[in-house]
Design a protein around this ligand. Structure first.
Ligand code: ASP
Length: 326
């Protein structure tokens, strides 16, 4: 058997039968687990010399990013290409969006070109869902405002599952700018659905009112919140979303809420550290922790991102093949 023949896996049909992937909220444990299982296979495929698959041959995927992105956009592009699809990146800077065309007009224009899957990032919460109602193709939410970033939560879960073998029963602390974080909201839904215990650690100014209702425990003191945790997810201070001052200074913020060796020692002895990127080194995380591959899963998260996005694209294209959607 040649290498390229060996590289074509038998793809199981995931138990995810929706037309769009707009958020983690409302997905069942089975839907989430089946996407993770499929992504797990793709991790191995992506480590082969010949990574090219034909699963999405003939499909057209458009990346439509209204906000900047490094990891998410490049990994969706790579995921589509590895699956054999034609992928196109819409550069918002050079499009008519600069000339005042609305989000919906842009979506309808792109839809007329018969894409199969649109991958959309937008600065407004709810914008991607609205757009999904106006097009006939499938839509993946690549981050909308403060709301959701479903593939980030899936890649975080895959990273944890591959390292620790499970999600259920783990204590996961999410620390930092919870207020502006779509990553946090998607992770809360996913981790709760799969049976982890979620703690949020943040200054009061960076915590949305009533967040406890999502089934989390809130701490304003990082030293207390970290005790006995298995996983620590650090978040970027999202300055671009802050109108006004939420913290006295980044130096003071690091003192109370930055992850350094002293605070890390309060978590479980083998606790692991994650960050969705991009990182503000020395603001929310000390470089010596971020770069320590024995503790930091940050590079693994990037690797899992490609595999998870391949799984999401495969699952949605299976629905397009079947022509029946929820
Ligand atoms: N990359 C993540 C997001 O798009 C986290 C961040 O930007 O801080 O939400």
């Amino acid at each position: 058997m040649s290498v390229s023949e060996a590289a074509q896996p038998i793809i199981p049909t995931p138990a995810f039968s929706r037309r769009h992937l707009l958020g983690i909220e409302g997905l069942s444990p089975l839907e989430i687990t089946s996407l993770l299982d499929l992504a797990d296979d793709y991790v191995d495929q992506n480590r082969l010399i010949d990574k090219k698959q034909t699963t999405l041959r003939g499909r057209t995927i458009i990346n439509l990013f209204f906000e900047s992105s490094t990891r998410t956009q490049s990994s969706f592009e790579l995921a589509g290409k590895r699956l054999g699809a034609d992928t196109m990146n819409m550069s918002v800077k050079s499009s008519s969006l600069n000339k005042g065309e609305t989000l919906i007009d842009t979506a309808i224009t792109l839809n007329a070109m018969h894409p199969d899957i649109l991958i959309v990032r937008h600065q407004d919460s709810g914008a991607v869902e609205l757009l999904s109602q106006k097009v006939s193709c499938s839509v993946i939410n690549a981050g909308d405002g403060w709301h959701e970033h479903p593939t980030q939560a899936l890649l975080d879960a895959l990273t944890i599952r591959r390292r620790l073998g499970r999600i259920e029963g783990l204590k996961v602390a999410i620390c930092g700018d919870i207020m502006h974080s779509r990553v946090t909201r998607s992770n809360i839904h996913l981790l709760n659905t799969l049976g982890a215990e979620v703690r949020l650690i943040a200054p009061k100014t960076l915590l949305p009112a009533g967040i406890e209702r999502l089934g989390v425990t809130v701490f304003n003191d990082m030293r207390q919140g970290l005790v006995d945790c298995d996983i620590i997810m650090m978040l970027r201070l999202q300055m671009e979303r802050m109108a006004g001052s939420f913290i006295p200074s980044t130096r003071e913020y690091f003192h109370y809420f930055g992850l350094d060796r002293e605070k890390l020692a309060l978590a479980k002895p083998n606790a692991l550290v994650m960050h969705p990127g991009p990182m503000n080194r020395g603001v929310e995380i000390d470089s010596s922790i971020a770069d320590d591959r024995a503790i930091s899963l940050i590079q693994e998260q990037v690797e899992m991102g490609v595999a998870v996005r391949m799984a999401a694209l495969t699952a949605l294209s299976r629905q397009l093949d079947r022509g029946d959607h929820l």
